[in-house]
Design a protein around this ligand. Structure first.
Ligand SMILES: *Cc1c(COP(=O)(O)O)cnc(C)c1O
Length: 360
């Protein structure tokens, strides 16, 4: 039996054990073709079926309408910080919501590209400890898009309510895609790096409404969404193995009941961890109770740095690993993505309670 820990990493993150086992079983001989998926030509019919099934699985899970393209790209969510202004920035004017480090990076990159960026809401002055209200009246009617980060991986806030605006909404869903139900049709473009809630690092998924393709002419080929949409994400060699693992994750999710199943489970899981923190003497969550608390990333801390260190050390010894907080927040962070079993959350909650009793 392999030694497995509960891995609370923010990303690359835990994957479903069933998926890893299936990948292991299929490693040397994928469905009788005598080779690994890693060795398959992306132009083969066997691989074409894998990427087609991956797309079909995602479409089913997220209920993606026919007027949206699904792209499997590379360069991470970070390259999207550039590709979005490049492709959608017809008038080089865009509005952004600043909810943390990733949003800040997206804003910086858009400005670097020469965009006129208007920050319509921000929680920066309170260390991003809540999701700021977005006043639709502040969103420019002639901006090319409004950019939101739906889940803030580092600070642990989220928001799935979109403001009523008449410009396309672009969402960075890297750390909460498929964690709860929402309407794809509320968005013009959704993107997500795979390594949080989908599969291995190296794949980024872009879901784009067709009318937003080809708005800007003369773009560098690889940076033009239209190139990848036309070529079915195979203009060049895609991240074949990562897309295969994503397909296995989508199949696994569908077999359990899809996003609905995971939303219910994620709410239970997060509540178990937040309750242990909220009911303790020593620990505090970075984000106050409320609907903007992330279901995926839970930053928490004690007032004393040496207690945080002790907690991390003892947690690791108990098989609860990668709990250190991001350097900008400190303390601890439990990332409890879709693939984190509820048992891991229960074990962490029990550990928090025990540590609280022993040290307060
Ligand atoms: C992890 C993350 C990113 C960066 O992803 P890369 O794939 O490393 O570029 C961007 N946005 C959010 C919300 C993230 O969680």
């Amino acid at each position: 039996m392999a030694h497995r820990v509960y891995n609370f990493s923010a990303g690359p993150a835990v994957l479903p054990e069933k998926v890893l086992k299936q990948a292991a079983d299929e490693m040397l001989d994928y469905q009788g073709c005598g080779m690994s998926v890693m060795e398959l030509s992306h132009r083969s019919s066997v691989y074409q079926k894998i990427i087609d099934d991956a797309e079909a699985g995602l479409r089913k899970l997220m209920n993606i309408q026919a007027n949206y393209k699904v792209l499997f790209l590379q360069g991470g969510a970070s390259l999207q910080f550039l590709m979005i202004p490049m492709n959608l920035g017809k008038t080089k004017k865009a509005d952004y919501v600043n909810t943390g480090e990733w949003a800040t990076k997206a804003i910086k990159e858009a400005r670097k590209f020469g965009m006129d960026v208007n920050v319509v809401a921000s929680s920066e002055s309170t260390t991003f400890n809540h999701f700021p209200k977005i006043d639709p009246a502040k969103v420019r009617k002639d901006a090319d898009y409004l950019h939101i980060t739906s889940n803030n991986t580092i600070y642990g806030t989220k928001c799935m309510d979109v403001p009523k605006v008449n410009i396309p909404i672009v969402a960075d869903m890297s750390s909460n895609i498929m964690s709860e139900k929402f309407n794809v049709s509320d968005y013009g473009l959704i993107y997500a790096g795979a390594q949080k809630n989908i599969g291995p690092a190296g794949v980024v998924i872009v879901i784009i409404r067709e009318d937003l393709l080809g708005l800007v002419q003369g773009l560098p080929t690889m940076l033009d969404y239209a190139t990848h949409a036309r070529a079915g994400s195979m203009f060049n060699t895609p991240a074949t193995y990562g897309i295969y693992i994503a397909k296995l994750v989508f199949d696994h999710m569908l077999s359990l009941g899809g996003v609905e199943y995971f939303e219910k489970l994620n709410k239970e899981k997060a509540a178990i961890v937040y309750d242990a923190i909220d009911n303790s003497k020593l620990f505090k969550a970075h984000v106050k109770p409320g609907k903007d608390r992330s279901l995926m990333n839970i930053p928490f801390f004690t007032e004393k740095e040496e207690l945080n260190k002790k907690f991390l050390k003892e947690a690791e010894a108990a098989g609860l690993v990668t709990l250190a907080g991001h350097r900008s927040v400190g303390g601890m962070r439990a990332s409890v993505y879709n693939a984190m079993p509820i048992e891991g959350c229960k074990k962490l909650a029990d550990f928090i309670k025990k540590f609280d009793r022993e040290n307060s």
